[in-house]
Design a protein around this ligand. Structure first.
Ligand code: NAD
Ligand SMILES: O=C(O)C1=N[C@H](C(=O)O)CCC1
Length: 267
């Protein structure tokens, strides 16, 4: 069996370092290079924590990396601006992106979908790779058919740069696709402290909590006459995301499609 040749962008990050572990421990994956804005010309084994990983060069520029290294899949776990540049460049070099980076705009997603169609290549953008989180989103979409009122509370570690989380936005989009549009809360409600009602997407409110000690958590809270329904998912470590990354890499090698959300590729 041919191994899937992979490059990882953001290898020193919380998610990137876990992805390096997963890829190097997976029999049919091969880590060919990493992209890091620092340490150009070094080997990954020169860096603290990666001494046991041999023959993986570090590039600070994706173009140079793709000109020098033959690979099938780019896993990007960086920041939205960098991730967008990486995903586009990968596709232009016929490399399939698997992107966990959150904070992409609708326009970004449309642009990537267009390039995928032109190149007839697969690309998977997944705001959340944890299979439990994907189920939480699917269950929320099911519940939204019966409960028209919902608020989303997402809770993350305080090093997170984007708010609301990509998962919260995706959940609200999935709910919005099935429920009758509704502006929630009292029509005359007023915030006496700005931000009290959180962010809003199609009439739904999203509340972002940032605290040390947290990893990644979300509660989707539905309410109707005399009852509430809570659907909650908790990731307690970054290993929780890796089975989803693995599924995404295997799938992107087989499907020449643009996919936004892991719910579209798991049964
Ligand atoms: N999809 C998921 O399941 C999932 C799960 C967790 C986090 N995330 C997302 O993944 C992203 C990374 O999260 P994190 O917690 O690992 O953040 P992090 O800050 O720990 O890691 C980001 C890494 O990107 C690197 N980076 C920045 N600019 C770069 C560049 N130009 N080239 C190469 N590397 C560069 C940084 O050095 C850093 O190591 C965020 O967008 C986060 O929201 C997604
Ligand atoms: O830790 C993060 O950052 C996470 N980001 C994703 C999001 O924005 O939804 C997924 C969960 C962890």
């Amino acid at each position: 069996m041919n191994k899937v040749k992979i490059i990882i962008a953001g290898p020193r990050g919380r998610m990137g370092s876990e992805a390096v572990k997963m890829v190097t421990n997976t029999e049919h994956f091969e880590l060919k290079a990493v992209i890091d804005y620092k340490y150009e010309g070094h080997m990954l084994s020169d860096l603290e924590g990666f001494q046991a990983i041999n023959n993986v060069p570090i590039f600070s520029n994706i173009e140079t990396c793709l000109q020098n290294v033959e690979c099938d899949v780019l896993i990007d776990l960086t920041t939205p601006e960098v991730g967008m540049h990486h995903a586009k460049t990968a596709l232009l070099h016929n490399v399939r992106p698997v992107v966990g980076t959150t904070g992409f705009t609708k326009a970004d997603l449309e642009e990537l979908e267009g390039i995928c169609k032109d190149k007839n290549l697969g690309c998977i953008i997944a705001p959340n790779f944890a299979l439990g989180a994907v189920l939480m989103m699917k269950f929320s979409q099911m519940a939204a058919k019966y409960f028209n009122d919902v608020e989303i509370i997402e809770l993350h570690h305080d090093k997170k740069l984007d708010a609301p989380s990509g998962t919260a936005v995706k959940t609200a989009e999935m709910i919005s696709a099935v429920r009758e549009s509704k502006q929630q809360g009292h029509p005359d409600e007023k915030e006496t402290l700005s931000g009290a009602r959180g962010a809003e997407l199609d009439g739904m409110h999203i509340h972002s909590v940032r605290l040390p000690g947290l990893v990644a958590h979300q509660q989707v809270l539905f309410g109707s006459d005399g009852q509430t329904l809570s659907i909650r998912h908790d990731s307690y470590n970054r290993a929780s995301f890796m089975s989803g990354v693995k599924i995404a890499v295997d799938t992107v090698m087989k499907q020449d499609l643009f996919v936004y959300g892991l719910e579209n590729i798991i049964e």
